[in-house]
Design a protein around this ligand. Structure first.
Ligand code: GLV
Length: 327
């Protein structure tokens, strides 16, 4: 029997890719850059399954071009804002993501960003490399303490809670905001206090974003809300770039509305090197690498492969984002 036809939109770790190659007739996009839209649409035509990345838009046009035989969309990410899930559900196509395996790794990176921005590590490194380090300076590169400070966590799901666990180790006061309160036992575990977004922004020394990107959270951190923050506050974003209004953030960092930002995700993404955010010393940017530990990317690949292969066999995906597709 012919193997199912599959398109994999980038090279992913062998932990998943080897299984996909073995079990399917796979075409893998080998370039470092994602397939341009027209090439993506040609490559998926007639496929039984697709393994996509967050750089691929899966919408009605994509699904039309793939064709009615498409059995599964497996997204190599926990986030799936690149996928029109409702469109997939309407066509009976299950969508998989990679939750759980990247929680701690993402929280590690959020923590690294928070520490680096607070203690001005990138500025310090640049200072040394630029040959400016002439003596020990009593006023040199001062920043806020992390230990004992207040952290406001916006989005208190798996990753937000993993950040809270780290914050607890630093003796921080933990406040959070989400659409609804988490169970009392979870609040007790982290000594976390629910607050309105306004209250959280006003009281936090560090604000770390862990929401999904949805119409409700797009532009959540806008000029008005940045204005609610302390002038000494540090904003950390490892969620999705458009949760923060970039233009407002540039203004806030320039005008001293807040002290600093540390971003793993940006809007636009990738952030051009001549973007105003890149020119600011009080803004640290890394290229969307929160889940990029070798072990975690391997686990994500294995999980994405498992979702893809289950979908091709007509079985329930291990981690579907639209379980309603199964009626
Ligand atoms: C990365 O951003 C992911 O959603 O996995």
């Amino acid at each position: 029997m012919a193997k199912p036809k599959v398109f994999v939109s980038r090279v992913i770790p062998e932990e998943g890719l080897a299984r996909v190659r073995e079990a399917t007739d796979a075409t893998v996009w080998e370039d470092e850059l994602p397939p341009p839209r027209d090439q993506l649409l040609s490559a998926i035509a007639g496929c039984d399954g697709v393994l996509t990345l967050l750089t691929d838009r899966v919408d009605d046009e994509f699904l039309d071009r793939a064709g009615p035989q498409l059995k599964v969309v497996s997204n190599f990410a926990v986030g799936f804002d690149n996928v029109d899930v409702a469109a997939c559900t309407r066509r009976g196509v299950p969508v998989g993501n990679t939750p759980g395996v990247l929680t701690e790794t993402t929280a590690d990176l959020a923590w690294a960003l928070l520490m680096a921005a607070a203690r001005r590590l990138v500025e310090g490194d640049r200072y040394v490399r630029d040959g400016k380090w002439k003596t020990w300076g009593p006023m040199l590169l001062m920043g806020p303490d992390v230990h004992g400070a207040t952290i406001g966590i916006v989005g208190f799901g798996r990753i937000g809670q993993a950040v809270a666990r780290r914050a607890k180790g630093f003796g921080m006061r933990i406040v959070y905001h989400d659409l609804q309160r988490v169970p009392k036992a979870v609040e007790a575990e982290f000594d976390a206090t629910f607050m309105t977004l306004e209250g959280l922004l006003a009281e936090s020394d560090f604000v770390s974003l862990h929401t999904v990107l949805s119409p409700e959270t797009k532009g959540l951190i806008n000029a008005e809300r940045l204005g609610w923050m302390k002038p000494t506050a540090v904003l950390v974003n490892t969620s999705r770039g458009p949760v923060v209004d970039s233009v407002a953030l540039v203004d806030a960092l320039r005008n001293g509305t807040i002290a600093a930002a540390a971003l793993d995700v940006t809007d636009p993404e990738p952030l051009p090197a001549d973007h105003p955010l890149v020119a600011l010393d009080n803004c640290l940017v890394v290229p969307h690498i929160a889940s990029a530990s070798r072990a975690t990317r391997g686990k994500m690949a294995a999980m994405a492969a498992a979702n893809l292969l289950a979908g091709l066999r007509g079985e329930r995906l291990p981690t579907p984002v639209n379980p309603e597709v199964y009626g």
